[in-house]
Design a protein around this ligand. Structure first.
Ligand code: ASP
Length: 578
């Protein structure tokens, strides 16, 4: 037996026991007559001690040769610590060393293993296996494991079968580029790695499996950000004979169960918000509702006036920002304006502010144009209170909406930086009633808002709407957003061949290209495909959000860097084609 206990296990109940521990030398403190070692393993840290008068000369000598991160086995006796450490479970005891066996010596590391050290990201990525020794990352990956266990348990209890789908497939469109794998036996032929198992999981429904799920790897070749990786994991699900409402209810329950079981957090009831409302009130379909601040519309409320910034503008909208601590000085507001102008020079330059100070006085950038009674009336209309800063933008619909959403985001970031607390920790919301299609001006084509297999909100006799007003048709699609992060999304699918062909045609496919890319799938729909629908939840993103971060690579043991490279293995790399 290499060890009797882990480095997390010992406490005052084990006093005077002889134990054997294994682990890494995290730290050595040499106080002359007494030496301490912090011994670390995956589970925790135990302090080891050796005193010149009490422990053998061999032990003292062995300790002096140890370097950090050397792997050792220690035999000794559990004794009470003189100065206790209440922060760790082993803090009441230490192990008096009787012998040390060096299991593997470590040379000088490129960086020390602890969270506080500022080490460049690229060095951490190059030595990922050392970075992973950090407690934070080990805790994050353990959380991910626990989430997966919770998912397996919940979905198993709800009759889902875990079924595998292949990684070498024909392209499934999810809006990104495919990663391609050359086929050795067929020249100029390629497999695509799945952007998601979308068509395959639908085919499993055609095959008669009632409920499918998979902890599925997905591959998307797209620009990377902190919350994106080229390969990531989804909790991918599909159900037959199901309606949107059933899916929203069941998956609300799943997410609540995950939070409860792994973090002991009770989530509030999930909100529901149609897409149009989200855009009108927050300028985004991923609103972070923890901070309030919905947009207000002044267009109707303002008195007739020749104020040049607002005259003839189709949209006059704003937000009310809490400024109880007076953070928004003139300089700070100018910075906000600068940031907005960089984003949209015209709309940004129109930023108007009204500061309703705590002493009830009003300072604003539009004093010259409005009487103070008019300003008071504005403030009343929008229900602003003393301690509020009101920011207003005006212009065309889209840019005003986008600029205001950006302003709201900057204000939220300022709040986060100032460590001001959100109204609530987690606010999940289902965004529903998305448009089915989106007109892409660049390529002069409709693209699917969700994906081409999503069913429209139309009864069969209404399919003609698709020809008449395609952009007005809504989808039976839904996204789950928590704290401004899109955690997942799904839809009820098209299960009739004729409708699927119609949608593909709207998306610009000719009968020939449709056949080439989706022939097998269209074919399957004519052999009794049941009504079905599903959802996929981004596992890495869910974990990151639960942990209050956006950095999903911390939840992936071996992630790619921001250029999509694995700098540890040096992948991608040139092939030696011998
Ligand atoms: N396949 C979709 C995605 O990966 C999810 C779904 O519709 O189930 O986003």
């Amino acid at each position: 037996m290499l060890r009797t206990h882990t480095c997390h296990a010992l406490n005052s109940q084990h006093l005077h026991q002889n134990v054997i521990l294994c682990g890494w030398v995290q730290n050595i403190r040499d106080k002359g007559t007494i030496l301490w070692i912090d011994l670390r393993d995956h589970y925790g840290i135990t302090q080891l001690v050796a005193e010149k008068d009490k422990n053998s000369v061999n032990v003292i000598q062995a300790i002096k040769t140890l370097s950090r991160e050397t792997v050792i086995q220690v035999k000794g006796q559990v004794i009470e610590r003189a100065s206790k450490n209440k922060n760790i479970p082993t803090g009441d005891i230490e192990v008096s060393i009787e012998s040390i066996n060096i299991l593997n010596h470590a040379t000088l590391l490129p960086f020390p293993i602890h969270d506080k050290q500022a080490v460049s990201e690229s060095l951490r990525m190059q030595y990922r296996y050392l970075d992973l020794r950090r407690k934070t990352l080990q805790d994050y990956l353990r959380l991910k494991h626990q989430v997966i266990q919770s998912v397996h348990q919940f979905l198993d209890q709800h009759q889902f079968l875990h079924l595998e789908t292949p990684h070498l497939i024909k392209s499934t469109p999810e809006g990104a580029r495919d990663f391609l794998v050359p086929a050795r036996q067929l020249e100029e032929h390629f497999y695509a790695l799945p952007q998601s198992p979308q068509m395959l999981k639908q085919l499993l429904m055609v095959a008669g499996f009632d409920r499918y799920y998979q902890i599925a790897k997905c591959f998307r070749d797209e620009d990377l950000r902190a919350d994106r990786q080229p390969e990531f994991t989804q909790i991918d699900c599909e159900m037959a004979f199901i309606e949107q409402e059933d899916i929203l209810v069941l998956f609300e329950q799943l997410i609540k169960t995950i939070f409860q079981q792994t973090k002991n957090i009770t989530l509030p009831k999930f909100k529901r918000m149609p897409y149009t409302q989200a855009i009108q009130q927050y300028g985004t379909d991923k609103p972070d509702l923890r901070w309030g601040m919905p947009f207000f519309d002044l267009k109707q409320a303002i008195p007739p006036n020749d104020f040049p910034l607002w005259k003839n503008q189709t949209h006059i909208k704003g937000i009310i920002v809490d400024d109880l601590d007076g953070m928004y000085t003139r300089k700070k507001i100018d910075q906000l304006k600068g940031a907005l102008q960089k984003f949209h020079p015209v709309v940004g330059s129109r930023l108007v502010y009204i500061k309703y100070k705590k002493d009830n006085t009003i300072v604003s950038s539009i004093n010259r144009f409005f009487t103070s009674a008019q300003l008071q009336a504005f403030l009343q209309t929008i229900q602003a209170k003393p301690g509020h800063l009101v920011c207003i933008l005006a212009g065309d619909d889209q840019p005003t909406q986008d600029a205001l959403a950006m302003l709201r985001q900057i204000v939220i970031q300022n709040k986060i930086d100032a460590q001001s607390l959100p109204l609530q920790d987690f606010i999940p919301v289902w965004i529903t009633d998305f448009p089915l299609l989106h007109w892409d001006g660049d390529v002069q084509k409709y693209t699917a808002m969700h994906h081409p297999f999503t069913a429209p909100q139309l009864p069969e006799e209404g399919w003609g709407q698709l020809d008449l007003y395609p952009e007005k048709v809504k989808a039976q699609a839904y996204d789950l957003v928590i704290n401004g992060v899109e955690i997942g999304g799904g839809s009820i699918r098209i299960h009739q061949k004729q409708l699927q062909e119609k949608i593909l045609q709207l998306l610009g496919f000719t009968p020939k290209t449709m056949q080439q890319q989706f022939g097998f799938f269209l074919n399957a729909l004519q052999y009794g495909a049941p009504p079905h629908g599903g959802i996929a939840i981004g596992l890495d993103r869910l974990c990151a959000t639960m942990q209050g971060t956006h950095t999903i690579r911390d939840f992936i043991p071996f992630p790619k860097n921001h250029q999509g490279r694995d700098v540890m293995m040096e992948a991608p790399s040139r092939l030696d084609l011998v």
